[in-house]
Design a protein. Structure first.
Length: 388
């Protein structure tokens, strides 16, 4: 009798489960970035569950995340997101890594009127399709290039020429065009603006052109593997610009591991920095987030992980404010949102694009990325010393 009573009590107070879904790159070209994104999701999930789950209306929900490996392939991303929605019954999606992957997922989410909040894709193309069910916590890709140029022209002696190379994909070209636009605005002479094929493993032809032009600034727009390749080949061809700025790679811990001392003094734009100083409803503040990440993973967070946590946190806040699992009501709360978090102020325009937070630039100094613009953990080292 007592056993039955205890069982009934247990059932009465059993916690509901909210299943979220994510198709993330655990293998393939974007495996490094995908793993960092997953870390951000997992830190959020464990923190929320440890505090009793998400309160939606009069219920509390424990969070579970169903992961699939999209193998860094957008077509696979689309198939897996459709599986999450139609077979696993997931209505709320945490985004994949990579603009092409996010773009592929967005069409599926829109078709089924599910809801995706993502911190892995920055291409402005995502927000030009008229989608209503996609929200992103990354500033759009042109800001990556613009921030690098803004920093470069603030330094002395002021650079005069720039070469811009980019991987032929929707994020990288977007970032490169942001750099091109800002360079022209600032009066820099653009001596080279050229793409290379996606997945390229040798950039010798571009390096010969760069060496001939001898620019003050070299900007490379690509992903982690591209960043490592560009540095190796700049050194190989004895190209010594005053300023090297690369997207995605420099803040990723594996960048320094891959390059050693050759990573020193390379600049990289970031969506978030631990130099930010904001209050947060879940972690207390930016410092609290950094400490929680260090405790779990044994190293400092960088922006891919922070973007994942911020996307999940934005969804959590919208769910709590809506007080329901109704997708339309949660979507409306995201549109109304303007909330301070460890990541910055999160607020979206009508296209689902974040419009309320800054970016920053880091530089590798003494084997680690430090923020040098516009928030400063250290002064930028410039001009860059020649390769050893």
């Amino acid at each position: 009798m007592w056993l039955i009573f205890a069982l009934l009590i247990s059932l009465a107070f059993s916690q509901e489960v909210l299943k979220l879904g994510a198709a993330v790159s655990f293998t393939g070209k974007y495996a490094k970035e995908g793993e960092l994104l997953r870390r951000g999701y997992e830190l959020w999930k464990e923190t929320v569950n440890r505090r009793g789950g998400i309160k939606i209306g009069d219920k509390r929900y424990k969070v579970e995340i169903i992961y699939y490996d999209d193998q860094s392939d957008p077509k696979t991303t689309a198939k897996l997101v459709e599986k999450l929605i139609t077979q696993d019954g997931v209505r709320f999606i945490l985004g994949p890594y990579g603009s092409a992957q996010v773009f592929a997922a967005a069409g599926i989410v829109e078709k089924h009127k599910a809801l995706m909040v993502q911190g892995g894709g920055a291409s402005s193309k995502i927000y030009k399709q008229g989608y209503k069910y996609i929200f992103g916590v990354f500033n759009t890709a042109p800001d990556y290039g613009k921030n690098l140029i803004d920093l470069a022209v603030s330094l002395k002696p002021k650079p005069k020429t720039v070469a811009i190379i980019y991987e032929k994909d929707i994020f990288s070209e977007d970032a490169a065009r942001g750099a091109l636009e800002r360079a022209k605005e600032k009066g820099l002479k653009v001596v080279l603006f050229e793409s290379y094929p996606k997945g390229a493993q040798d950039l010798s032809s571009l390096m010969i052109k760069i060496r001939a032009k001898n620019p003050d600034i070299v900007i490379g727009a690509g992903h982690f593997r591209d960043s490592v390749l560009v540095v190796k080949q700049l050194k190989q061809f004895k190209i010594n610009p005053k300023f090297v700025g690369l997207t995605v790679g420099p803040p990723v811990p594996a960048f320094v591991k891959a390059l050693g001392k050759d990573a020193e003094y390379i600049f990289g734009p970031v969506q978030w920095s631990k130099a930010f100083n904001y209050k947060d409803p879940l972690f207390g503040d930016t410092k609290g987030y950094v400490e929680a990440y260090r405790k779990k993973y044994g190293e400092d967070p960088e922006y891919h992980s922070a973007g994942g946590t911020a996307a999940a946190l934005a969804l959590q806040i919208a769910l709590e404010r809506a007080g329901t699992l109704d997708v339309e009501k949660v979507r409306k709360e995201l549109l109304k949102m303007k909330v301070e978090t460890f990541y910055g102020v999160i607020g979206f325009d009508e296209t689902g694009k974040i419009v309320t937070k800054p970016m920053a630039v880091v530089q590798i100094q003494n084997g680690r990325p430090v923020t040098v613009y516009p928030f400063k953990e250290a002064e930028p080292v410039y001009p860059k010393p020649p390769w050893e």
